[in-house]
Design a protein around this ligand. Structure first.
Ligand SMILES: [Zn+2]
Length: 435
């Protein structure tokens, strides 16, 4: 595939994945043709050397692994970690209110989105609902409403004269309600109306609908832009681009067929809210999976410790690309430029997990993959973001490096990045897996 084709493949993947629950379902469907076996956490596992497996926890985190010919205790785990969630809005339980017949949905802010970017977009809902069937059994299904359903219209400039000087500020409690319907008096109150609409769109009866996890997503599809179409834009590039790159590297034919060590892709929900959940990187999910793999492949009680000591984690998450309009926002000697290769991220206070040894390994893989790389360090007078890298690395006792493709407008609902970087990242991750 060319760089453009990889990027197009990524845009399709994001368009199919409007929520973390959908991202995991998209990954499951992408591996269908590759003989991966789904493992159930509630039953005993039987694993074969060379076998391909995956585990899903609570529909929004997934660990895939290809068991090496030599046991993890001998050759360790090679892990690419990323996250399936993106910042935005989540629908409250008692969501619907109305004012002068205009029905609105109340939202909570999930993580740290750029709120102003959610205005005037063609928004809709995606997530999962829990419901009963005709026999009263409890079922869960994913839902995605394709049509544009919701909107956060701006206040006209005539009513907000300072907006261009002061910036668009939205009060988090009062001004983020999403408009969704104009109701007549007999359609009120709005909550039963919303529940009926959601149930209808989910293909169930209102009385059967019990609960939901619903993200707000942008219905606009991904696109290329730039004079040479060298950039791409979509929602959730942070961090579905890294999930996609890891998955493409793992599914490479040469990688899959030459497995000496055990290869792992671990994609977690809840990174944007701190990773502390039973499916997040600070939870037990990856540890549980790796421990079970170690136990299944060795009777040695030291197997897991030996495997960890011999393992490596690449934490792949997007990086802040240099934006020429805001040059002073960057540490002047560590600007990273789109389409000039993955950034290795450094932070002395371990907001990123990279250190000199893990960095040297990553640079070697870049050189062997014949791709450029860059080094990123945040300004000292701005708080630095973080990733799953330090969290998963600490929890597992595994050496780690933090890397990511440069992008613009991180946490906007419409982010953008460089076409060429995506291919570079896939190439270096392939090299890592086949090392
Ligand atoms: Zn991220």
């Amino acid at each position: 595939m060319s760089a453009k084709q990889y990027a197009q493949h990524l845009l399709n993947f994001i368009d199919e994945s409007p929520s973390p629950w959908h991202a995991v379902a998209s990954i499951e469907s992408a591996i269908q043709a590759f003989q991966f076996v789904r493992l159930d956490e509630t039953v005993k596992w039987q694993l074969q050397a060379g076998g391909r497996y995956y585990v899903v926890r609570d529909d929004s985190s997934i660990v895939l692994f290809v068991l090496g010919r030599s046991a993890p205790s001998e050759s360790g785990f090679k892990i690419v970690g990323a996250h399936t969630d993106s910042p935005g809005f989540r629908i409250r339980p008692n969501a619907a209110t109305a004012s002068n017949g205009i029905a609105r949905l109340g939202v909570e802010i999930y993580g740290g989105p750029i709120l102003a970017t959610f205005t005037d977009r063609d928004l809709s809902l995606a997530g999962r609902v829990s419901h009963t069937d005709d026999q009263g059994r409890l079922l869960h299904k994913s839902v995605r409403i394709d049509q544009s359903l919701l909107r956060l219209p701006n206040l006209a400039i005539h009513l907000n004269r300072g907006v261009n000087e002061d910036g668009l500020k939205l009060h988090k409690q009062n001004e983020l309600f999403l408009l969704f319907a104009q109701l007549t008096a007999d359609q009120l109150p709005p909550q039963p109306y919303f529940v009926a609409l959601l149930a209808q769109l989910a293909g169930i009866e209102s009385e059967q609908l019990l609960s939901w996890d619903l993200a707000v997503y942008d219905t606009q599809k991904g696109a290329f832009w730039g004079a040479n179409q060298e950039f791409y834009a979509n929602s959730q590039i942070d961090n579905l681009a890294s999930c996609h790159a890891g998955l493409q590297a793992l599914l490479d034919e040469d990688v899959l067929n030459s497995v000496e060590g055990t290869l792992v892709c671990a994609f977690f929900d809840h990174e944007e809210i701190g990773s502390r959940s039973h499916v997040g990187a600070a939870g037990s999910f990856l540890t549980d999976v790796l421990q079970r793999v170690s136990i299944a492949t060795s009777s040695d009680r030291e197997a897991m410790s030996r495997a960890s000591a011999n393992s490596f984690l690449i934490s792949a998450d997007m990086a802040h690309a240099y934006h020429p309009n805001f040059a002073s926002a960057y540490e002047a000697d560590h600007s990273v430029i789109v389409n000039q290769g993955p950034a290795i991220k450094f932070n002395a206070n371990r907001r990123y997990s990279s250190e000199s040894v893990s960095t040297a390994h990553f640079i070697r893989w870049c050189k062997e993959a014949d791709i450029p790389y860059q080094r990123y360090s945040h300004r000292s007078d701005l708080p630095c973001g973080s990733t799953i890298g330090p969290i998963a690395s600490a929890k597992l006792g595994i050496r780690s490096v933090d890397v990511g493709c440069p992008m613009w407008a991180m946490h906007s609902i419409r982010e953008s990045a460089g076409v060429q970087d995506h291919e570079y990242m896939i190439k270096v991750l392939k090299r890592f897996f086949s090392d």
